[in-house]
Design a protein around this ligand. Structure first.
Ligand code: DQA
Length: 149
C-alpha cells in the first residue's frame, strides 16, 4: 500500500516555529521519521509540504488512482479551507487528519476543521507519532476492506 503525507503551511519551519508548541524536531526530522516507520510497516510513501493551498489541492487530486490513502496535516488551512475539504471528498480516499499540537486545547478559531468532515479520524497532540498512528489506522482499515473482499 502507498500513502500520501501532506503537510500545509509553516510546517517547513518546524524546529524554529514556536518550539514550545510544536517541539524542536525539524521538518527534515519529520520526513525521516515518516520514511522510517513506513519502511517498518511496509508502506510506500510520498511526502509533500506546501505553503500554498492550490498546490495542496492539486496533490490531493493527483492522489486519485495513485495512493491508497492520505495523511494530512493541513496546518492553518484546517480552519479555513473548503477547497481542501472538497478535494478530499472528490477523490474519496481514506484520509486521516493529523495535528502535532492538541488543537482542542488551543484558541477558539482552531476548533473549526473543514477537512475533518472528509476524514475518517483526527489525531492531535501526539507530535510526530500522530503521523504513524494515522498511517497504522489507514493500514488496518484498508486491510480490513481487502480481507472482507
Ligand atoms: C497544526 C495546528 C494548526 O492550528 C496550526 O495552524 C498549524 C499546525 C498542528 O500540527 O498542530 O500550523 O496543524
Amino acid at each position: 500500500m502507498k500513502l500520501l503525507f501532506l503537510n500545509g503551511p509553516n510546517l517547513n519551519m518546524l524546529g524554529i516555529r514556536e518550539p514550545d508548541i510544536y517541539g524542536r524536531g525539524t521538518y527534515a526530522d519529520l520526513e525521516a521519521y515518516i520514511r522510517d516507520f513506513c519502511g517498518e510497516l511496509g508502506i510506500g510513501c510520498e511526502i509533500v509540504q506546501s505553503n500554498h493551498e492550490g498546490v495542496l489541492v492539486e496533490a490531493i487530486q493527483a492522489a486519485y488512482g495513485a495512493f491508497d490513502g492520505i495523511v494530512i496535516n493541513p496546518a492553518a488551512y484546517t480552519h479555513t479551507s473548503v477547497a481542501l475539504l472538497d478535494a478530499l471528498k472528490a477523490v474519496g480516499l481514506p484520509a486521516v487528519e493529523v495535528h502535532l499540537s492538541d488543537v482542542s486545547r488551543r484558541e477558539d478559531f482552531r476548533q473549526v476543521s473543514y477537512v475533518r468532515l472528509a476524514c475518517c479520524r483526527t489525531i492531535a497532540g501526539h507530535g510526530f507519532e500522530g503521523y504513524r498512528m494515522a498511517a497504522e489506522h489507514i493500514k488496518v482499515l484498508t486491510e480490513g476492506i481487502i480481507a472482507k473482499g
